[in-house]
Design a protein around this ligand. Structure first.
Ligand code: NAD
Ligand code: WQD
Length: 342
């Protein structure tokens, strides 16, 4: 008997990958998306991969009545909450939109979960809940218990607040919460049918680099080079989205296999521990695609975190978390994909 999984925001980058892999792992996904940052085209690609269309509702998740109709129609076992406006720069321009969209209507969702006794949730959190580089003399990097409340941008604030709300719901309403913190997913589905394809010029580094590589954009703007990293450009932990989704499924299976029927609020840092600077990504891409990527050093993005490091031991020990796909393989696949599909 397939388990019903509600995936909020399925047509987004990570959500669309999650739909395919959860369907392949014998879960029935029910998807809600308002198509504000995606296109219905992703549904066609997903049908090509699966051979059928998952149940899809073009609903704005802030429309509680329509969302309740969906809860009435399906007996959900789980919710995977990808729902978010995620452009950090935009959150600084529209903080109220971000608080409304990311917090208020998440609370509407949780109200329906409680009303319909759907207590299991995987929350797509973020490494942005940590501050910049935290390397004390013992190299005790951020663990899941370290949180920094002095958020430097509204995107970060909304992630931080949602984590606290979910912690309350686990204690007082017996929710079972798997809270996954990761930084930068990259690349696309191994089928090459689905990828990170925002409706406008990409915010994120890798799709931007690829659009420069296929001459859709003239050059890459590198947001400043003043930080004491290996080459003065800023550092991130990049994880292949196929690895990332596999660990969303393993998080499910960890709970089901261990038959954990008590409430809990588990946090895991899903990090590869392969920190890479912007120039390293760019030079590695050039090596992989045999092409030069033109770039310019420009202004620094105010809210940008230069470096963030965190401890991955808990996910390694408890979930046996490890990644399989190397950065070069992700970049090679990404290039094959952009060079063929665009
Ligand atoms: P995305 O922007 O690609 O997808 C968001 C989707 O949500 C889009 O399809 C959009 O149409 C839809 N949407 C927006 N507002 C909606 C609403 N009110 N109702 C219904 N649908 C709505 O985002 P993503 O990169 O797939 O990120 C998904 C989650 O992962 C987010 O919670 C994000 O914070 C988290 N995350 C992303 C990254 C990253 O670098 N992409 C890193 C860490 C965590
Ligand atoms: C990566 C690096 C930039 C673009 C992401 C998600 C955001 C949030 C946090 C989850 C940075 C540099 C980028 C460009 C550049 N997700 N860069 N020129 O900033 O880590 O944010 O993680 O919590 O939703 O977007 O990712 O890809 O924007 O930037 O120089 O055109 O590349 O300065 O160092 P970021 P990114």
């Amino acid at each position: 008997m397939k388990k019903n999984v509600l995936i909020t925001w399925w047509l987004g980058y990570i959500g669309s990958h999650a739909v395919v892999e959860f369907e392949k792992n014998w879960y029935k996904t029910v998807i809600v998306d308002n198509l504000s940052n995606s296109s219905i085209e992703a549904l066609i690609w997903i049908e090509k991969i699966l051979g059928y269309k998952p149940d899809f509702f073009e609903v704005d998740i802030r429309d509680k009545n329509k969302l309740e109709e969906i809860f009435k129609k399906y007996n959900f076992d789980w919710v995977i909450h990808f729902a978010w406006l995620k452009a950090v720069w935009e959150s600084c321009l529209k903080p109220l939109d971000y608080h409304d969209n990311n917090i208020l209507w998440s609370i509407r969702l949780f109200e329906l979960m409680d009303k319909y006794n759907v207590k299991n949730i995987i929350f797509s959190s973020s490494a942005t809940v940590y501050k910049e580089k935290f390397v004390d003399k013992n190299f005790n990097w951020y663990t899941e218990n370290d949180l920094t409340w002095d958020c430097t941008n509204p995107y970060w604030t909304t992630k931080f607040i949602l984590e606290q709300i979910l912690r309350d719901l686990s204690i007082h309403l017996k929710f079972r919460v798997m809270n996954l913190r990761y930084f930068n997913p990259i690349w696309a589905h191994t089928s090459w049918y689905i990828w990170e394809d925002p409706n406008w010029i990409p915010n994120n580094l890798l799709p931007y680099i690829m659009k420069v590589a296929i001459w859709e954009l003239p050059y890459l703007n590198i947001f400043w080079n003043d930080y004491s990293t290996i080459d003065w450009t800023w550092v991130r932990d990049y994880i292949d989205v196929n690895d990332l989704i596999e660990w969303h499924i393993k998080a499910f299976q960890y709970i089901e296999k261990n038959n954990i029927d008590l409430w809990f609020f588990n946090i895991y840092n899903l990090w590869t521990w392969k920190w890479v600077s912007v120039l390293e990504i760019l030079k590695t891409t050039e090596k992989v695609i045999w092409k030069e990527i033109p770039y310019k050093f420009v202004w620094r993005r105010d809210w940008d975190l230069a470096e963030v490091y965190c401890n991955r031991e808990k996910a390694y020990k408890e979930l046996w978390f490890k990644t399989k796909i190397s950065l070069e393989e992700s970049l090679r696949n990404s290039w094959k994909f952009y060079n063929n599909n665009k």
